[in-house]
Structures are given as C-alpha cells and as structure tokens.
Design a protein around this ligand. Structure first.
Ligand code: AMP
Length: 189
C-alpha cells in the first residue's frame, strides 16, 4: 500500500506517518529526513542542499525525484511506503506515478491534513526540534512555497480520485483515527 501524507509544514505529517508505519508495518519515506541526514553526515548531497533547506526553498525536482527513484529500489519498499513530504510539486507527483507504475503499483491513498495557517506557525515555533529552518523567516518562506508550488499537488490527486482531506486539528490520536478511517474506506474503493 502506498500512502501519501500531505499538508503544509507543521500539519503533523511526520507524527502521523510514524503512527501509520507502525500500524500497517510500512516503511517511512520522508525526503526531508533523508536531506537532513545527508546534511548531518556531510555527504555530497548534503552539501548541495544545506542552503536550500535553511532558506525553506525546495530542492530541485530532478534531484529529489532521482533520490526517491533510488530509494524505492530498496527491498524494504516492496510492499509500499508512507510518503511524507513527497511529492511537493506536480512534476514530482507525475514522476511518482511513473515510478510506482514500473513496480506495478499506484498511489492507494492521498491524505491531506487541513490546518489553518495561524495554528501552523504556532506549532512550528513551539515544536522546538532545533531545526535550522524553524525560524520566523524560514517558516514564512516554507508556507509561501507550500501555497505556490505544493498546494497544486492536491488538485492533481483529486482528479485521480484517490484524495481525502481530513481535519488536522485535534489530539494526535483523534487525527490518527481519522486517517485509519480514511484508509479503510480507500481499500474498499
Ligand atoms: P520536511 O521535513 O518535509 O518539512 O522538509 C524539509 C525541507 O526539505 C523542505 O523545506 C525542503 O527544503 C526540503 N524538501 C523535503 N522534501 C522535499 C521535496 N519533496 N521536494 C523538494 N524539497 C524538499
């Protein structure tokens, strides 16, 4: 099963992804985590993307798509994945469809977490993870990039009839239960 957790920065994608991977025994594919690990380990990829992440801009599509293509070749993704933070542009969404088609798979559910902007800023500033992009400037830019480049991804999936939107407001458990509910509906579609 391939699940995309979608939403603006601060919507809770990472938290909810952790719960879903445990429940469904699926691997987590977070491009943000991969980039941060590369930066920490000072790999060539890390050096290329450090300034981009700090500014809250998007890593170029081709670099991101190539990375996901390589990642999806690993055995651990043989039963699907929970995608978190990918796809973030329509080009990435199109590329993912193709990558999955090669494996005889598809996106089984696209779940968008809906949280209003004021709440997002509050959450990011209070999550205190010490991320280098969690500054007021970084957050502002990430939200702008989300509206300009990432939000259109939702329309892409809506036209594919696999999209669900749920409220991202509530306790972690309430939101998790909404996701589980949506997944039980998508598997019976
Ligand atoms: P995240 O952990 O998903 O919030 O991602 C953190 C940062 O990594 C983003 O602000 C981007 O700079 C970069 N990033 C993560 N995923 C992608 C992606 N799919 N496309 C482009 N840039 C990405």
């Amino acid at each position: 099963m391939n699940i995309i957790l979608f939403g603006p920065p601060g919507a809770g994608k990472g938290t909810q992804a952790e719960l879903i991977i445990n429940k469904y025994n699926l691997p987590h594919l977070s491009t943000g985590n991969i980039f941060r690990a590369a930066i920490k380990n000072q790999t060539p990829l890390g050096q290329k993307v450090t300034a981009i992440l700090d500014a809250g801009d998007l890593v170029p599509d081709q670099l991101t798509i190539d990375l996901v293509a390589e990642e999806l070749k690993l055995d651990k993704y043989s039963n699907g994945a929970v995608f978190d933070g990918f796809p973030r542009t329509v080009s990435q969404a199109e590329a993912l469809d193709k990558l999955l088609a090669v494996k005889g798979e598809k996106v089984d559910a696209f779940i968008s977490l809906d949280v209003e902007e004021e709440e997002l800023v509050k959450r990011i500033l209070s999550r205190g993870q010490g991320r280098s992009d969690d500054t007021e400037e970084g957050i502002k830019n990430r939200l702008k990039v989300y509206h300009d480049e990432t939000a259109p991804v939702q329309a892409y999936y809506e036209s594919h009839d696999q999209a669900f939107e749920i409220s991202g407001i509530g306790t972690i458990e309430e939101i998790h239960n909404r996701i589980v509910d949506v997944l039980s509906r998508s598997s019976s579609k």
